[in-house]
Structures are given as C-alpha cells and as structure tokens.
Design a binder for this molecule. Structure first.
Ligand code: SF4
Ligand SMILES: [Zn+2]
Length: 454
C-alpha cells in the first residue's frame, strides 16, 4: 500500500493560541511546529472531554482551570489513550483503563508553565530526598526513582526539587521522575474555537473549493449520483460539499442499531432516502457478536441494503466521507474507488485528506449542525454496540442508555455462556475474535479467562 501524504505535524499560532490548518495563521504569523504521535488525526476536545479533563485536574491537582482550546489525538493503547495538545504544547495524556474503568490525566512537563501557578495539590517535594541521597544530587535525575514520604494516592504527581519542577509517577513509596527542570510560569493569550475558525478561514475556503471542484469533476454528466450519509461528522461535511457541488440525492441507512441521538439528528437533516439494514439480532444469534476482526455487520446492515436499492440502476457515483486519518485500513483509500461489494457503485472521497480538526472547523465555519454524540464523549459515531468502539465509549453507552447496554450484555452473556469469565465481557475483550497481543497481555496479567480459540 502506498503511504498517503499525511501530516504528522501540527502548526500552532502562539499569538492567537489556536491550532492552524496550514503553516500560517490568519494574523500573518508563522505557526510553531508540534510533532504528533500517530495517527495524527487531531480533533477538538468537546464538552464531555473538557468536563472530564477539568474534573481530573481538579481532583488530582486542585487545578480549577484548563485551556479553552484543546486538541486530542487518539493514539494506540489498551483503550482510550489521547495525546492532549494545548497552548501549542504536548500538554499530557488522557487515558482510560478498561479493567478498573478509571480515567487518568497525566500532564507533560510542557504543561507545567500553565499548571504550576494553578495547582494546589498532587505535588511531591523531593528536595530533602535529593539532599539525603548523594547518588542523586548533582546528577541528572530524569528517569530516576526517588523514595518519598507522600500521603497522596499512587498515580501521576508534579514534583518539586528546590527551584525545579517536574512530573513523575508515584508508586509504592517511590516517585519515578519523568522529566524535571526550570519552569517559568506563563500566561497564554485567551482564545476559543470561534477565533480558530476566523483565523483559519482562508484554509477552509481552499479546502471547500478543492473538494467541491473534485466532486463536480467526478459527477458531471453522471446519471446516478448520491451521498452516503451516516449522521457522523465526516459525512455531514461530505453532504455539505456535495450539496454545494449540486448533488441532491442522499441516503441514510438505518442499521436498526443506531443511537437514538443519531436517529433524531438525521431526522432533522432532510435526507430524502432512508434504507434499512437486515435484522441484526436474527443474524447475531447464529454468527455471534460482530468483532473488530469479523465485521459481518457491515455487509448485513449497510452494504446489502444499498446494493438492493441500486440494483438495476447502472453505474452510480457515491460521495462519501471516508478519511485517511481514520484508520490504518482507510489510510489507503484512493480518491475514486469501485465498491468491491457492489461494483456498479463508484465511491468518491472528497475529504480523504482532512483530519478531524479540518472537519470540525469546517462544520463550525459553515454553521452545520452535528451529531450530539460528539459532545457526549464519543469520538466516532456508528451502531451503539459497534465492536470498533472503545471500552470507554461503551461506558458512555451504559451511562446514557442503560437499557441498550443491558440488552447487549445479556446477549453477550448468553452467547459466551460459561466459556469466559464475566470480565472478558465487561473489559470489552469480546470485541476481538483473535485477541491482539496487548489485550492478551492484559487478560494474562489480570487473570481474565478467555474463551477457547479467541
Ligand atoms: S458501525 Fe460498527 S456495528 Fe455498525 S455496521 Fe459498522 S462496524 Fe458494524
Ligand atoms: Zn495568529
């Protein structure tokens, strides 16, 4: 597979304190460069994400304030593991443990100029410990383990050593210092997402112009053209672009497993065609739950209804919102591709090179409504029992729709009977048919019995 030209760095205007879509801000300044971790699909932290980080920082560090413009970058890990970017710095990590169901926020050293003036607890003073231990004094102590007397619960701490500040992990009476050094408290320019939209308007105009031109090129004189609309953010952007390019027909497939929020939201989007997936439960009783590595549901719930609808139509062009940054599988999507399941359907992807940041800024610029699930803490929108969801998102399903969550857990328990212990289900391990190494390690470490052959 040819690697697409993804952007692995982000530019940030220090003067406006906002992320940039290009290198230069609308204020005329060059952005500062921030190297990102894979998959570089930065997205704005929305309401539930912000509340969560505010709560974690308040509980652990007594910090009542967080930056107003924060980006998240979903990286790999056991479950949710978001790189957090704020104030033009790699600010920390937001992590969810699928076993304990606890979130944690680990600030980076780069977050300390913001945090030091604001934190009131969660601080371990290692000045005396360093003086007592001659092996530590006068040497680099980043990476070292220091014995401490601390009444704090184990976890991330801010460390202080004389005039130096740092971050570390406390465990069993010791702190492992991650990084320590001189920190100059800093005030940052006030900013918000409206400002980010304004200062990125030129880049948004260019993105729109290119995407609309691309759609027109590939749909001109075609007898059958439509938009595949899922109710998610990417297809909301694609729908807007397609409408601007003159495409009127759009279809939504109700899989029968949609979130109530999605159904309500799509109901207000004026989508003329509604298709229906085949019965999920009937098939699941034979095939078992779909898995990340066995998504029988895609064909059953989504591909087949479209194939039935388009049968006999001849070649049809479908505008869709797939993006390179979404997943490894989608990283290879070409601009134009034949649907392998339905060769008469040619898919075109006008936003394939957009990150989630571009998508949100575009929706905000064009004042498009978006699915409320994003503000409720979901990073992606699909079926409510989708195996591609994170366990942290299933937790949100449980909080928002306890009846649906209960129904799914009942189905899983009946399917797996006594072949697995309950934590196999409650930790979300059922989402793989063949467990990946990191989940295998988790189950071994926490003594979770997994069913034979999985
Ligand atoms: S959203 Fe998830 S559960 Fe629904 S069809 Fe797609 S992969 Fe399957
Ligand atoms: Zn600027």
């Amino acid at each position: 597979m040819v690697n697409p030209p993804v952007k692995s760095v982000l530019y940030w205007c220090s003067e406006c304190n906002i992320p940039l879509l290009g290198r230069t801000c609308g204020c005329g300044r060059e952005g500062r460069r921030i190297a990102l971790n894979r998959p570089y699909d930065v997205r704005p932290a929305l309401k539930t994400d912000m509340d969560l980080m505010r709560d974690l920082l308040a509980r652990r560090f007594g910090c009542r304030e967080i930056p107003t413009v924060i980006l998240l970058n979903k990286t790999g890990g056991l479950d949710r593991n978001d790189q957090v970017i704020a104030n033009g710095e790699r600010f920390g990590w937001l992590t969810f443990d699928p076993s304990s169901k606890e979130y944690s926020f680990d600030p980076s050293f780069e977050a300390l100029p913001f945090l030091v003036p604001r934190i009131t607890k969660g601080i371990v003073d290692i000045t005396d410990a360093l003086q007592r231990d001659p092996s530590l004094s006068g040497r680099r102590i980043g990476g070292k383990r220091v014995r401490v007397k601390s009444t704090l619960p184990d976890g991330t701490v801010v460390v202080r050593a004389g005039s130096l500040w740092g971050v570390g992990q406390q465990r069993d009476g010791h702190v492992r210092i991650k990084q320590i050094g001189k920190v100059t408290p800093c005030t940052y320019p006030e900013s918000d997402w409206d400002l980010a939209v304004v200062k990125n308007t030129q880049a948004l105009k260019n993105l729109e112009r290119n995407a609309v031109r691309f759609i027109r090129q590939h749909t001109r004189d075609k007898p059958c053209v439509n938009v595949s609309y899922s109710g998610g953010k990417d297809s909301t952007a694609a729908l807007e672009l397609a409408r601007r390019a003159g495409v009127e027909t759009a279809y939504f497939i109700d899989t029968g497993m949609e979130f109530p929020e999605t159904l309500e939201f799509v109901g207000g989007m004026d989508i003329p065609i509604r298709l229906h997936g085949r019965d999920f439960w009937e098939k699941a009783k034979e095939a078992g739950p779909p898995a990340k590595d066995n998504r029988w549901c895609c064909e059953h719930l989504k591909l087949q209804p479209v194939k039935d609808w388009l049968s006999g139509t001849g070649e049809c062009v479908t505008v869709q919102g797939n993006r390179w940054y979404e997943s490894f599988v989608r990283a290879g999507i070409p601009a134009v591709s034949k649907n392998p399941f339905n060769p008469g359907q040619v898919n075109i992807s006008p936003i394939r090179n957009w990150r989630a940041l571009e998508v949100f800024l575009y929706m905000w610029w064009r004042k498009l409504p978006y699915n409320p699930l994003y503000d409720l803490g979901f990073e992606r929108v699909g079926c409510w029992m989708c195996p591609a969801m994170l366990e942290s998102e299933f937790r949100r399903v449980k909080e928002l729709h306890p009846d649906l969550h209960k129904k799914w857990m009942k189905f899983l328990r009946e399917w797996f009977t006594d072949r697995a212990d309950d934590r196999y289900l409650t930790c979300g391990l059922w989402r793989w048919e063949a467990l990946p190494p990191k989940m295998r390690e988790l189950s071994a470490e926490r003594k979770i019995r997994i069913p034979k052959g999985r």
